[in-house]
Design a protein around this ligand. Structure first.
Ligand SMILES: Nc1nc2c(ncn2[C@@H]2O[C@H](COP(=O)(O)OP(=O)(O)OP(=O)(O)O)[C@@H](O)[C@H]2O)c(=O)[nH]1
Ligand SMILES: [Mg+2]
Length: 202
């Protein structure tokens, strides 16, 4: 849950990048880190426990912005490990989540993994007494540069088929495409939620 410190006028927001293994979650954080210009606004990208490019624990990137008048907003970006076996770690990283960027892999052969990962997200939120319907999230259909990709419409059908559809973006995270579109949208959704709740602590 967003942490609001009325005394210091600070708002702290936790965003988790979720999705199947090798989908591009860590790449999203690397691109954000590389492209946020103002050094005062970004912290260090911390990648905890990686092995040949796979996240074994999580990545963490803090960024700061004066997003709301009078409030210093600290966004904490986390990735989960996508590999199926690391579910306990995913549950830990999800604790206190405010918003989610679900990074799906557009390659046809990854569709089952995408759906499985989304189901896993819903299950893990439930185990934390949260409901996906109450948590702002966006979908990123990544790896659009690959050869054997599913049409966006098909991915929408598989992953964005609830009563209320969420914003979705095509991406090539390794070229920074779709990265800031996704991040800007989720932060906008979270800040709107904060403003609509009258700035109250949840
Ligand atoms: N062609 C292509 N490669 C990408 C894209 N995004 C990421 N990659 C590559 O895909 C591989 C996996 O990306 P990661 O960002 O490590 O994936 P991840 O989701 O963090 O994977 P886990 O940590 O195992 O959950 C890396 O070699 C990236 O460079 C993309 O849009 N297109
Ligand atoms: Mg990773």
């Amino acid at each position: 849950m967003a942490i609001i410190n009325q005394a210091t006028k600070e708002l702290q927001v936790k965003i988790v990048y979720y999705g199947p293994g090798k989908g591009g979650k860590t790449t999203n954080l690397e691109q954000v880190h590389a492209n946020v210009q103002n050094v005062h606004e970004k912290g260090k990208l911390v990648s905890l426990a990686t092995s040949s490019d796979r996240t074994l624990f999580f990545d963490f990137l803090p960024i700061e912005a004066m997003a709301i008048k009078g409030f210093k907003t600290k966004f904490q970006l986390y990735t989960v490990p996508g590999q199926v076996i690391y579910n306990t770690t995913r549950q830990l990283v999800l604790r206190g989540v405010d918003g989610i960027v679900f990074v799906a892999d557009s390659q046809y052969e990854k569709m089952a993994e995408n759906v499985e990962s989304f189901q896993n997200l819903e299950d893990n939120l439930k185990s934390l007494k949260m409901n996906i319907a109450d948590i702002p999230y966006v979908l990123q259909y990544n790896k659009r540069d690959m050869a054997n990709i599913a049409p966006v419409e098909y991915m929408e059908f598989l992953l964005n088929n609830r009563e209320v559809q969420v914003p979705s973006f095509s991406g090539v995270a390794s070229k920074s495409e779709g990265v800031f579109e996704s991040l800007n949208m989720i932060t906008r959704m979270l800040l709107n939620k904060f403003i609509n709740e009258g700035g109250r602590k949840q």
